[in-house]
Design a protein around this ligand. Structure first.
Ligand SMILES: [Zn+2]
Length: 320
């Protein structure tokens, strides 16, 4: 047993298969992460405990969301993976820490909802002695966590457990009001989780869509949107534009070199959306003849499985 670099709780450390210079950490809070044996200092300037706490909060949130592990590097590299984990920089993880009060509140509520297997289970946070579960609330000090939970009780989102001597502030029940709010937040999350797929609607692409693109989007926790699969008979351009405006990111697959895909990718880029470019190996040369998209770093794939793996990692590294 060793200690987690970020949350300092006990965790297991292993040699990483095929990467002997890397350690794999398995922490009950931060989940699985891979780090070079020379340590955190070698890849970033973080020494501050508060930054380590913030990183632990984000890794813990990823774990609660059911997302896979992560390999920590000095910079995010969307092309490569280590043991199928995306390479993500410590700075990018730090940037994901909530800064606005509404963000703190919403994400803490969502974390609490993920802690209960059944909606009306009693939740007991491990906070009285060392504030371990403060990670779920993005709050490192115990007084802050206590004040936050009292505010939730005041707003009737939670009800503290009553004992003969009074009540326990770290043991509580999530109320119906809590679940109403959380259901709305989950809907918003889903609303922000649309991934538009621009591609050639040819039968030869069906398997690549089903077992590659669609599977990767869904496993990364997003909802794939493909216009031809929806019921639009007229004004398809308006609908496409409306969908792209609502989408979080776009996958542009250039196999078959369809002009619509170029248009949709360009439109999404113009709106500032993240666009992930993919193309079948058989089409990459043809694509280069027509258009210089080299700057966009295509995922080039062979099989649907190959596409799935590369795209899944790219989504996790780029979008989450
Ligand atoms: Zn940890």
């Amino acid at each position: 047993m060793s200690n987690c670099i970020f949350c300092n709780n006990e965790c297991n450390v292993y040699d990483t298969p095929r990467h002997h210079q890397l350690n794999t950490y398995r922490c009950g809070y931060c989940g699985e992460y891979i780090l070079h044996k020379i340590g955190l200092d070698a890849i970033c300037n973080i020494k501050d405990q508060s930054d380590k706490f913030k990183i632990a909060c984000i890794l813990n949130e990823r774990r609660l969301k059911g997302l896979g592990g992560i390999a920590l590097k000095n910079k995010t590299d969307k092309e490569k993976t280590v043991c199928d984990y995306p390479l993500v920089s410590v700075d990018d993880i730090l940037d994901a820490f909530p800064t606005k009060a509404s963000d703190f509140l919403n994400r803490a509520l969502l974390n609490l909802s993920r802690l209960s297997e059944r909606p009306f289970d009693v939740i007991e946070l491990n906070m009285v002695r060392d504030n371990k579960d403060g990670l779920h609330l993005f709050t490192s000090n115990i007084d802050g966590a206590k004040a936050f939970l009292h505010e939730l009780a005041e707003q009737k989102y939670i009800r503290f457990n009553q004992v003969h001597s009074g009540y326990q502030w770290h043991v509580f029940f999530l109320t119906t009001k809590f679940w109403e709010i959380v259901e709305n937040l989950q809907k918003e999350e889903v609303g922000n989780k649309r991934a538009f797929v621009a591609m050639w609607f040819d039968e030869s692409m069906n398997d690549y869509y089903k077992n590659g693109i669609k599977k990767a989007i869904k496993e990364a926790g997003y909802v794939p949107v493909r216009i031809d699969l929806q019921d639009f008979n007229e004004k398809i351009c308006d609908e496409i534009i409306a969908e792209i405006k609502r989408t979080k990111f776009l996958i542009a697959d250039f196999s078959g070199l369809r002009s619509g895909v170029f248009f949709e990718a360009g439109f999404a880029k113009g709106l500032g959306r993240e666009v992930i470019f993919t193309v079948r190996k058989a089409d990459i040369e043809k694509l280069k003849e027509h258009f210089d998209t080299r700057q966009y770093n295509h995922i080039v794939y062979d099989t649907p499985e190959d596409l799935f793996k590369k795209l899944y990692n790219r989504i996790c590294a780029t979008i989450v």
